[in-house]
Design a binder for this molecule. Structure first.
Ligand code: SER
Length: 373
């Protein structure tokens, strides 16, 4: 078929298709093109076998952050311990090192990242390396390198080796001009942090690679994630994690956001389950490649009221951090996740009371609860 006619057929197929996920199906493989790094892609010729989907070989970058270890444990239960490799540039504590495969991997070193993917026959990649919102503002050049340059390396390696790629986005991808209550999947995104800018960039680049090179990119916009046994670092939503810890340990907490600052939040178990669910969703069920997901939304004073039910002597004071407050004031108060619920059946398990009970039990406040009753 003459090239012009074929091209116009591709364009008309794309115009008929609703969103990125479906364009992919419409683009003939030969038109996926040469990848930016000039390493011959196997994307055009590689058809994903049944066993690769059923038994993925998984790499998690940024594995020693808030979510990596929990995700590795969760995925290992499903796919087997040896099939899930945790990686980071830091030295793991003993219990993590001995809990399953761990390797050094620096996302800023493209050749090394490629070596890791090839040598370990990786088929799914979860890209968790990132500097969060508040800490990113204290070191913009590092945040830019890790969150943007690092993502470029990951995208190229993933496209070259036909990986299924998950990249978390965030409520931080929205800004003061976005509708805040609720925030839909598709709306104005003009974030005011380097973290947010890098997340919008990741969403757009992932969707572009999906459309242009056939990359199987999947992305969720996480709310603030609350975890019990791993600490976040440098996020604006982290006050909530710290509140549980300090309430259980000292019975008091100094909050760096104003009492009425409302932000979307989610318990880690819901977050990890959503992540696996979107990765396992059939491609034709995905009308988009980037979805909001939501569970609950609360303010510091609402959270403190709930904590008081478990720690009756709990006291909270405020010492507002102007940088974090400005960030929080520009973020969604509630995420509209109706498309995720419709497309791949997303449903949260944990609401606010259940979250607080789970967290306080973990931090050993059971005896205080008994006393309060
Ligand atoms: N938890 C992140 C932060 O506060 C937002 O995704 O930076």
């Amino acid at each position: 078929m003459p090239v012009i006619r074929m091209l116009s057929r591709v364009v008309s197929q794309m115009q008929q298709s609703p969103a990125c996920g479906c364009w992919l199906l419409a683009v003939p493989a030969r038109f996926l093109g040469t990848l930016p790094r000039q390493v011959q892609s196997d994307a055009s010729f590689h058809s994903v076998s049944f066993s690769e989907i059923d038994h993925p070989r998984i790499l998690i970058t940024g594995g020693l952050g808030q979510l990596g270890v929990g995700l590795a444990n969760f995925l290992r239960k499903r796919f087997g311990k040896q099939n899930v490799i945790l990686s980071d540039i830091r030295k793991p504590p003993n219990h993590i090192f001995h809990s399953g495969p761990f390797i050094y991997s620096d996302i800023l070193d493209y050749k090394h990242l490629r070596e890791v993917v090839v040598n370990n026959r990786i088929t799914w990649l979860f890209h968790y390396s990132a500097l969060l919102s508040a800490v990113g503002e204290t070191n913009v050049s590092l945040a830019r390198a890790v969150n943007i340059t690092g993502l470029h390396n990951v995208l190229d390696v993933a496209a070259e080796h036909s990986l299924r790629l998950f990249v978390p986005s965030s409520i931080g991808a929205f800004g003061p001009t976005s509708p805040r209550n609720p925030t839909p999947d598709l709306c104005i995104q003009r974030p005011r942090t380097i973290y947010g800018v890098s997340k919008v960039h990741a969403e757009l680049m992932g969707e572009y690679y999906c459309y242009r090179y056939g990359l199987d990119f999947r992305c969720l916009r996480y709310p603030g994630i609350i975890s019990a046994d791993t600490q976040p670092g440098g996020g604006t939503t982290d006050y909530a994690v710290q509140m549980f810890h300090d309430a259980a340990k000292n019975g008091k907490f100094e909050c760096n956001l104003k009492p009425t600052t409302r932000l979307p939040m989610m318990y880690i178990d819901d977050c990890l389950r959503a992540t696996l669910e979107v990765m396992e969703a059939p491609a034709d069920s995905l009308s988009m490649r980037t979805y909001n997901i939501s569970a609950m939304s609360f303010t510091p004073e609402e959270l403190a009221q709930e904590v008081l039910k478990h720690v009756p002597e709990f006291q909270m004071t405020y010492n507002v951090d102007s940088v974090r407050q400005a960030i929080a004031d520009s973020w969604p108060m509630n995420l509209d996740d109706s498309t995720a619920r419709k497309d791949w059946g997303w449903k949260h398990d944990f609401d606010l009371p259940e979250l607080v009970t789970t967290m306080m039990n973990f931090h050993g406040s059971d005896t205080r609860v008994a006393q309060a009753n």
